[in-house]
Design a protein around this ligand. Structure first.
Ligand SMILES: Nc1nc2c(ncn2[C@@H]2O[C@H](COP(=O)(O)OP(=O)(O)OP(=O)(O)O)[C@@H](O)[C@H]2O)c(=O)[nH]1
Ligand SMILES: [Mg+2]
Length: 379
């Protein structure tokens, strides 16, 4: 194992087709220059494939806004699993932290419509999600909030595939039992909620009702996470991936062939100025930085106190699976070495990269100390 290896942190995301998984990933990245403005750190796509995916999604989103009106089918869905490789770093060093998000076609969650020849790929996605230290669960707020009567409400779990989401969350939480030293973070992320927040200029402010409904509909998912991973942190962070839209109509079309008996479609109109304004992505990033900081501090303290032979533990983990702990050790050790050598102030390339490691760790710490927005909650 080389210290020059760049530590990688995996972030899993689970939700049905058309919920907004790809948009959420793209919007975290799109808003990062604002969030990280004034810090020496950037969040960037790593490699051409991710860059292309992000740019395509942004062009799609910009086009949807320019067109004036859109529905969930306005943007093309994901057709195969895609790894979004991101780098959190200082300068164009290629070092720093690697964040990998796995995006997949949400329709694969449903066994009855998943093509049989995609089963192997789906198993790989599930394994990645289970290994991830962060689990993002995007939730379609318009389905929850526009279900007007008992018949609509009865269709909600089928439309949001809550049993399938819960099964994936349970696998993730159960895997945490096998990794008790690793910090774990699950974030419920309502999307398409621009109309429900007064601070967004929403026409039907209902932020409390949204929180209550999310907790009610996802209660058993929260329960399986809590019972299998009692130390996992669970947050609620609504995100607007577009911001400049308003719900125009919500249609529940009877559809006996569909589980739940209804098809749901929300239509959105564009608010002036027609400019995308991401909201809430900062909370997700702050939560991730808190997790990184906490884990690195624990690793450094344990090593300093001689309580925990990090090198030995990390080696053992390398032999097994690439784990969060090993990555934290790599990062903690890199920043510790940087601190040790700080006094020397040699003007070498190695010294510069050490300085960058320190700067990154300090910036992540600072981001971790930022306040969450009013919307975010600990559940
Ligand atoms: N109003 C609004 N629409 C959103 C938001 N997030 C996503 N959408 C829309 O929801 C639709 C689906 O978004 P995607 O990101 O493609 O959904 P996905 O979960 O990746 O879907 P699959 O790739 O099919 O699994 C698109 O038309 C998005 O513009 C949001 O925060 N607000
Ligand atoms: Mg997608």
């Amino acid at each position: 194992m080389s210290l020059n290896q760049v530590p990688e942190f995996k972030i899993g995301i689970v939700g049905p087709t058309r919920v907004g998984k790809t948009s959420l990933i793209a919007s975290i990245l799109a808003d990062s220059p604002r969030i990280l403005g004034g810090t020496p750190v950037t969040l960037k796509p790593r490699g051409a494939a991710t860059e292309r995916r992000v740019m395509n999604r942004r062009a799609d989103l910009d086009g949807a806004v320019l067109s004036g009106k859109f529905n969930a089918r306005a943007l093309v869905g994901t057709t195969e699993p895609a790894y979004f490789q991101l780098a959190l770093e200082t300068g164009a060093s290629g070092a720093g932290l690697r964040l990998t998000l796995l995006d997949f076609p949400g329709s694969w969650l449903r066994a009855d419509i998943r093509p049989a020849d995609q089963d192997v790929d789906w198993q790989k996605c599930r394994a990645f999600i289970a290994e991830s230290s962060v689990l993002l669960i995007p939730i379609d707020a318009s389905v929850l909030m526009e279900a007007a009567g008992p018949r609509h409400r009865r269709a909600v779990p089928a439309i949001l595939t809550t049993p399938e989401v819960q099964a994936v969350a349970e696998e993730w939480a159960t895997e945490r039992l096998l990794r008790p030293d690793e910090p774990a973070l699950a974030i419920l992320v309502p999307v398409k909620c621009e109309s429900y927040f007064a601070e967004d200029g929403g026409m039907i402010p209902a932020s409390h009702a949204l929180l209550d409904t999310v907790q009610q509909v996802y209660e058993s998912t929260l329960d399986v996470i809590r019972s299998n991973a009692p130390r996992a942190r669970i947050l609620y962070c609504p995100v607007d991936t577009l911001g400049c839209v308003e719900l125009l109509s919500a249609d529940w079309e009877p559809s006996p062939a569909d589980l739940g008996g209804y098809k749901f479609e929300a239509r959105f109109g564009i608010r002036r100025p027609a400019k995308i304004k991401v909201r809430g992505a900062e909370d997700v990033l702050i939560a991730m930085c808190q997790q990184l900081t906490e884990a690195r501090q624990k690793a450094e303290e344990a090593e300093t106190a001689g309580l925990w032979d990090l090198a030995e533990k990390a080696d053992a983990l390398t032999r097994q699976k690439e784990g969060f702990l090993r990555n934290i050790w790599l990062w903690a050790n890199g920043t510790k070495a940087a601190r040790r050598d700080d006094a020397g102030k040699k003007r070498t390339a190695a010294e510069q990269s050490r300085q960058r490691a320190l700067l990154l760790a300090d910036t992540v710490d600072k981001l971790a100390r930022r306040k969450f927005s009013e919307r975010a909650r600990t559940l």
